[in-house]
Design a protein around this ligand. Structure first.
Ligand code: AKB
Length: 316
């Protein structure tokens, strides 16, 4: 990667990915785009930024040409829980931003990063040690759009030679920008509430196991995949990647080690619970290990210590 365009840079991943990429590839070589949500000052002041709608293909093409972009990272998405309340909007935004990225890449010979998700799996998928290649019949509009994007990535690679690569991200835990509208959001909110109020009401029930990953691992995985030797990639779109699997009881117990009077109760959201029940408990990520050397650094203990340290200093 040399000149990178990050679409959706104001979101949870984008707001940390842009500074991370600028550090590696040079501030002027990473262009951040946003639409209605403003970018954080570090991004706005740290390199090129463009206000653009990822659903406007002509504008995307002009930005790609202006900066001589060779890699498009499309992070524009309506997440799983919000998608269920606005399915047609979720489909439109998720699919149009994706197809525009692929079409622009086809014409300009750019590579594309496609973020998929554990949401691409469904209730008929094996829940434990979920294989890389398995039954995928998701029951959310978000998941359907992710499966479509995975297939489109393969299609554009085979038919047009577009270098599309992707990851099936688990829930991502981070401390710069809050996620919005996902099923796994509780695992971020719990840390903020633990610091601010020493209590948290969880909207997923005890025993709901999901794959998770700390943001530094999620960013590194993206760069490692995009820089991987293409000859070694069998599963280009998309790799299972995970770092840990836990349920609400486990994360609460880990927080209690640092904040002994932290308390959690439950008020289960039926929509989110149904979504979580249809997703894997934990995925097999051996294809990512074998094909490009994936290895997570953070587990629940080290992530919790880091999250509480960072948020404790900021929110105190
Ligand atoms: C969501 O919960 O919708 C996302 C995801 C796992 O893709 N965080």
């Amino acid at each position: 990667m040399k000149n990178i365009l990050v679409l959706g840079a104001a979101g949870q991943i984008g707001s940390e990915l842009v500074p991370y990429l600028r550090n590696i590839y040079g501030a002027q070589n990473v262009v951040a785009t946003y639409r209605s949500t403003p970018l954080i000052p570090e991004i706005m002041e740290g390199g090129p930024c463009e206000n653009m709608d990822a659903m406007d293909a002509e504008r995307m093409m002009s930005v790609v040409k202006k900066y001589d972009i060779d890699t498009i990272v499309n992070l524009v998405a309506v997440l799983s829980a919000v998608g269920e309340s606005k399915p047609t909007l979720a489909w439109k935004i998720n699919m149009e931003s994706m197809i525009n990225s692929l079409e622009v890449a086809r014409e300009t010979k750019a590579a594309v990063f496609l973020p998929s998700s554990i949401g691409a799996f469904g209730p008929n998928t094996p829940m434990d040690n979920t294989p890389q290649d398995t039954l995928m019949r998701p029951s959310t509009i978000y998941g359907i759009s992710k499966v479509a994007a995975e297939l489109l990535g393969d299609y554009y690679f085979v038919k047009y030679g577009v270098d599309c690569r992707g990851l099936r991200y688990p829930g991502i835990i981070s401390n710069v920008t809050l996620p919005g509208g996902g099923t796994t959001d509780y695992a971020v909110e719990i840390y903020y509430e633990a610091i601010k109020n020493k209590k948290y009401t969880c909207n997923l029930g005890a025993g709901t196991f999901l794959d998770m990953m700390y943001m530094p691992d999620a960013l590194r995985a993206l760069v490692e995949l995009m820089e991987a030797d293409p000859a070694k990639l069998v599963h280009r779109n998309c790799f299972n990647v995970s770092a840990m699997s836990f349920d609400p009881e486990m994360i609460a117990a880990e927080i209690k080690k640092h904040i002994p009077d932290f308390a959690m109760d439950y008020n289960v959201d039926p929509v989110k619970q149904a979504i979580a029940n249809s997703w894997p408990n934990y995925m097999d990520h051996s294809a990512a290990q074998q094909e490009w050397g994936w290895k997570p650094e953070y587990d629940l203990g080290s992530m919790t210590a880091d999250m509480l340290k960072i948020l404790g200093a900021r929110l105190a």
